[in-house]
Each structure stands twice: as C-alpha cells, then as structure tokens.
Design a protein around this ligand. Structure first.
Ligand code: ADP
Ligand code: MG
Length: 641
C-alpha cells in the first residue's frame, strides 16, 4: 500500500533550508545519521531488558556504511530498534517537535549564513540534515518485534511516500542519493571511502558500536594482484571516560561533548572524576557554553541531560535522578560499577546508591564551578550569565550545598556600578559593626535603584543587593544567613541603621521630635487605613519620600504571595505596614488639617492617597485605580484653586 503525503509547513521550510542554504560544514550529516543509529541500538538494548526476544541471542549490533561510487549512493544501516509505519510517519514524516519552530526562528533571526549548520544538532533536526548532501533519501526500517517493514522516501520537494516493504532483520537503513560533488560548494564526494572514513573518525570515534564499512583492498595472491572486499571497523569504540586524561586530546573531549549533547559549540567547562570506595563510578560531565533555548521550559523531547552507563553498557539517556533540577544544564556521562544492569527508571528513583552517587556528582560539579570562579573570573562571569538563574533555584531546595551555591552567587548592588559581585565581596566591604546582608527584591534593577526603601541605606552608606529575578524572591525567603551574617530585606520588618557621626545623630534626635509632633496625626491616619494595612508607623527608612509600604518581619512579601497564587496555592491575604516619614513636609501639612479639625473628612482621603502613592512608588498595583484617580483629581482642583 503506497501512500503519498505532504510535509507539514514547518517540515517543508526546514527541508528548504537544508537544500538551499550555504553550509560551512556539510560533513555533519553523517554524524547525525550515525548518532540516530547509535540511539536506536541503545533503545533496542534498553527495551530488550524487559522483552528479551527483541534482541536475538548472539546479535552484536553494529552500524554498517556502504559507499557506492558508481551508483552515487551512501547508506547507513543499523541493528537498532527500527520504526513501525506509524512511527515513521510521526518521527520522520512530520516535524511535530516544538524545537523545530524555535530552530527556524533562530535561523531566520541570524544574519550568519553558517547558522543553520550550527543549529542543526542543537535542535534535534538531525535526520533532515541528509538533504544537505542528497537530492533523494530513502529510509527502510523494520521495528524489532514486527514482521513488516516500511519504506519512506522523499526528494525534499514537499512530499514523501510510505510503502510497505521487506527487510530481513529489524533495524533501519537510510540511503542517500548523493548530489554531485562540488568542491566550491563544500559538497565533497561522500561516496568516496576515504572521505567517509575520515568523517567517521573525526566525529564518531567513541560511538559504542562498531561502525563498519566494506572496503576494497588490493591483495597479492600467487603473485597476481586482485581486489578483495573486507569489512573494516572505522571507529575505536573506546569509552573516552575510561582513557587516561593525558592521552586524550582536548578536541576529542569536545567532540564527545557534541556527541552526547547534540550541541555544536565547544563546552565551557569539563568535570571529570573517578570515585572509588564503597561506590565506584566515573563521570565525564560538561557545562555547555550557552544555555539551551529550552532551559526554562521543560520539553522532554529536546532535553538531553546525563547518560547513565553501568560497566560501560549504556542504560539510559537523560537520567534525571543523577542530578538535581538546578543542574539540568549539565551534559555528559556517568558510568557506575555497582548498579544492576537491568535498573529501571522506577527503581532509580528510590535507589539509595543512586542518591549517594547524585550527592557525590553534585559535589564534584560545584567544586569544578567554584574552581573556575576562583581561577578565571571572566569565564565564570560568562557561566553565571548563562546559568546563574538556574543555579539560584538550588538555593531553595538543596540545603546540603547552600553555602557552596551562595559563594557562587553574583549580584548587582547599590555600590557595584552595574557589575556583578559575590557575597564575599559584599561582606568584605561591610561597614564596621554591620551585622546583616541587606537586599531588596523587585521587578527590574532600574525600579529597585529608585525604591524609597533604599533611602536611609543610601544616606548612611550601606550597600544593598539588588535582586531582580523572580527566583530571587523565592530563595531569599528560604535562605536566612551566609557566613554568620543574616540576610535582611530592606523592605521587611524594622530597619535600624545606627548613626555613625554627629550630623546623623542630630538628624536622629530631630526625627524623634518630629515623631512626637505628629503622634496624634499618625493615630488618626492609622484609624482611617485600618482595613487596608496592618499598621501605620513612623519610618527609619525614609529620607526623601513621604511614605512607603513594608512587609512585617515574619510575613510573605506581596511578590511571593502573587507567585504562590499563580501556582494555585491558597494563601490568606497578608496586610502590610505603611511607614511614614516624620520629617516630610507633607506630614506638616496634614498636621495642620488635623489641628484645625481632627475629625476632618479630608483626612480619610489623604490617608488613602498616602497609601496609594506608596504602593505606586514601589511599582505595586492599586486595588481601585479609578478611586485613586478621582481623589488625585479632587486634590488637584483644590490646589489649583
Ligand atoms: P533526534 O535524533 O534529535 O530525535 P532526528 O531528526 O535525528 O532527531 O530523528 C528523529 C527521530 O526519528 C528520532 O528521534 C528517532 O525516533 C527516529 N529515528 C531516526 N533515525 C532512526 C534510526 N536509525 N532508527 C530508529 N529511529 C530513528
Ligand atoms: Mg538525531
């Protein structure tokens, strides 16, 4: 039964790109095909742990390449899991992947003509890379455990066909009908054995299955030269993490990173260790140079984390149990000597050994990152810029490594002129006698810098951390101290900054006097606002603004409350505290109204206005903006006469 299908719009766009773009490096199509074959064999091995008949006894799965110079074809065949007809349609025929849209967007946004080739691996559009070198591609596949095979074929012209077919064994063969070689266009002769051998060695040497190619060799038999064909294994299959560090070139490590991460760029940092003792395992992990586009969206299909091996045998991709979520950007391999080979995801989740391994791995990764921070500040800055937001998530849940993570933290402060500094830098600059690390959370740095909550801090020369990530709001509510210094929000509780010199002391006693003079007014305003706020009190934070809102010491901040609500959590509404600046002329003016008539109805409106403008000054939202606008208009009418 032959069916002709039309590619979905996206797939068509993608194919167009593959066919018409200029590539800096077409060679990678082969890496993509081999990586698919290797993944497919991995899958078959994994499924056969549960269903042993999927892997016939004695089968040693391999990847076979055939280059036919006369027919100008190149094929890659494997003993992998194969695909059912339906799977071919789903996986190859349509591009339903969320990554693809993003890929196309990035390609269009990029001015760089070489961008598509670089983005291919990263977005998992690997199979389509075939169309960079072929004008027709055939895929013949038979799913392990099924009898019939499927043939998929396309010329990249917007259509593909599906036919029922035959294949002797389970697995997949992809055959490329190659475009003519064209040196100028970077289109090599991919039907040439030498070219193929070179590419395989370069990109796929550590693939764990033999990549074989039948090669022609001249041999002398009884004095006469004859050609014989012989299967040559092109790759060394050496597990790179077992090899002596001194023996492995940097480029090989980088190539291996590309293989496991499907990321085309070189990694930023390598974490390599061998753990011996009651638990034995090795790790070869990497920090990428760039955050993947989906770091903050969880797309299982493009998410590639750490691969788990047991005694050199691949067990699974993306082994979430080995690393906490906040290290989800780490890529690479962990190879255990102790875990059972037939370990499943369910068992992994409860396995004590895995939990201990995970702690060990996290320790090594954080040590390596700390080491980088100590040795190469610029490189660390780049790492923090890419992954800092994710690392901060660790401050919330991973209490074991909290101090490590706090030492890695980089933040902008009121005194750092836009540069990120460490908490240790901050502590080193603390004023004599300062006991607390002050911080302020908010939506943007610009807004934070102008916040009334900082007035007294600025006035008295205290440095304050300016935290503008949504996650800052969360971790600062979970972390209470670092290096024996308490973390204190500038917008929470009472602030008591000691006066250091005579002028400040004088200002303080003047303020005490002003507080006394306005005590009765304060009580009145408090009465008017009793439904809106917990308390109205005099502030020690303000030097310029008339009023600000603060959160009571033990309460949840409004931003955090909003986040909890957004996540569907029920919370009682927290009321805040309105603080007034006793030295502000506005209070003198209101005092005159009060003195003339303590029961004046105008005072109720002024109280609401004070509260509303304090809310607006910190970027908050008014509960009733229309009423606020009406009150402002009335006041303006009076003032303008
Ligand atoms: P990715 O490998 O990133 O998933 P590809 O475009 O390379 O993206 O492949 C798409 C999908 O097609 C694979 O995820 C896999 O399910 C299927 N596939 C491709 N090649 C093979 C193969 N040789 N054997 C079995 N399945 C394959
Ligand atoms: Mg692939």
């Amino acid at each position: 039964m032959s069916e002709r299908h039309e590619f979905k719009t996206e797939a068509r766009q993608l194919l167009d790109l593959m066919i018409h773009s200029v590539y800096s490096n077409r060679d990678i199509f082969l890496r993509e095909l081999i990586s698919n074959s290797s993944d497919a064999i991995d899958k078959r091995r994994f499924e056969s742990l549960k269903h042993p008949d999927l892997m016939p006894a004695g089968l040693e799965p391999a990847i076979r390449i055939e280059a036919d110079a006369a027919a100008r074809t190149l094929s890659v065949a494997d003993d992998g899991i194969g695909m059912s007809r339906e799977e071919v349609g789903d996986l190859i025929g349509t591009i339903a992947k969320s990554g693809t849209q993003e890929f196309l967007k990035r390609v269009r946004a990029s001015k760089d003509a070489a961008a598509p080739a670089e983005l291919i691996g990263q977005f998992g559009v690997g199979f389509y890379a075939s169309f960079m070198v072929a004008d027709r591609v055939t895929l013949l596949t038979r799913r392990a455990g099924e009898d019939t095979a499927t043939r998929w074929e396309s010329s990249g012209d917007g259509f593909y066909t599906l036919d029922e077919a035959e294949r002797d064994t389970a697995g997949t063969t992809v055959t490329l009908h190659l475009k003519p070689a064209d040196q100028e266009d970077g289109m090599k002769d991919y039907a040439d054995e030498g070219v193929v051998r070179h590419i395989v060695r370069q990109y796929s040497d550590f693939v764990a299955y033999p990549i074989q190619m039948e090669v022609e060799e001249k041999e002398e038999v009884d004095g006469a030269e004859t050609t014989v064909r012989r299967a040559e294994t092109l790759n060394s299959m050496k597990a790179i993490w077992l090899r002596d560090k001194a023996e492995v070139a940097e480029e090989e490590y980088n190539e291996f990173y590309r293989h496991v991460s499907h990321d085309w760029t070189d990694p930023m940092l390598r974490v390599q260790a061998r753990i011996e003792g009651t638990l034995e395992y090795r790790m070869l992990l990497y920090v990428p140079s760039k955050a993947s586009w989906d770091l903050f969206m969880r797309h299982p299909e493009t998410h590639r984390g750490v691969r788990l091996y047991v005694k050199r045998i691949f067990i699974m991709d993306d082994c979430d149990e080995l690393l906490p979520e906040y290290l989800r950007f780490i890529r690479g391999v962990v190879d255990s000597e102790d875990l059972p080979l037939n370990i499943s995801r369910e068992i992994l989740q409860q396995n004590r050994q895995v939990q201990r391994m995970s702690r060990g791995i996290v320790g090594k990764v954080l040590d390596a990152i700390k080491d980088l921070a100590a040795k190469d500040a610029d490189k660390y800055k780049a790492l923090w810029a890419e992954f800092g937001r994710v690392l901060k998530e660790g401050l919330i849940g991973d209490t074991d490594h909290r101090d490590d993570l706090l030492s890695l933290l980089r933040v902008v402060t009121t005194a750092s002129a836009g540069e990120s500094v460490s908490l240790n830098d901050y502590i080193g600059r603390m004023k004599p006698g300062q006991e607390q690390i002050y911080f302020l959370c908010g939506e943007s740095r610009a807004r934070l810098e102008r916040s009334p909550h900082l007035e007294a801090f600025r006035d008295k020369g205290y440095e304050v951390l300016l935290l503008d990530d949504p996650v800052d709001e969360v971790w600062t509510s979970a972390v209470h101290e670092y290096q024996g210094k308490k973390l204190q929000s500038a917008a929470k509780g009472l602030v008591d900054l000691p006066a250091d010199d005579e002028t400040q002391k004088e200002a303080e006693s003047a303020r005490k006097e002003q507080e006394k003079a306005h005590a009765s007014l304060l009580g009145k305003l408090g009465g008017h606002l009793s439904g809106l706020v917990k308390e109205v009190r005099f502030s020690t934070r303000l030097t310029e603004s008339p009023a600000c809102l603060v959160t009571d010491a033990g309460d949840v901040s409004p931003q955090l409350e909003k986040m909890f609500r957004a996540m569907g959590q029920e919370l009682p509404e927290t009321k805040r505290i309105l603080e007034l600046n006793p030295g502000h002329p506005l209070l003198d003016a209101l005092q005159r109204v009060y003195d003339a008539d303590p029961e004046s109805a105008a005072l109720a409106d002024y109280a609401k206005l004070l509260h509303g403008q304090a809310l607006l000054a910190e970027g908050g939202q008014l509960a009733d903006p229309a009423e606020f606008a009406r009150l402002v208009a009335e006041v303006m009418v009076k003032a303008a006469g």
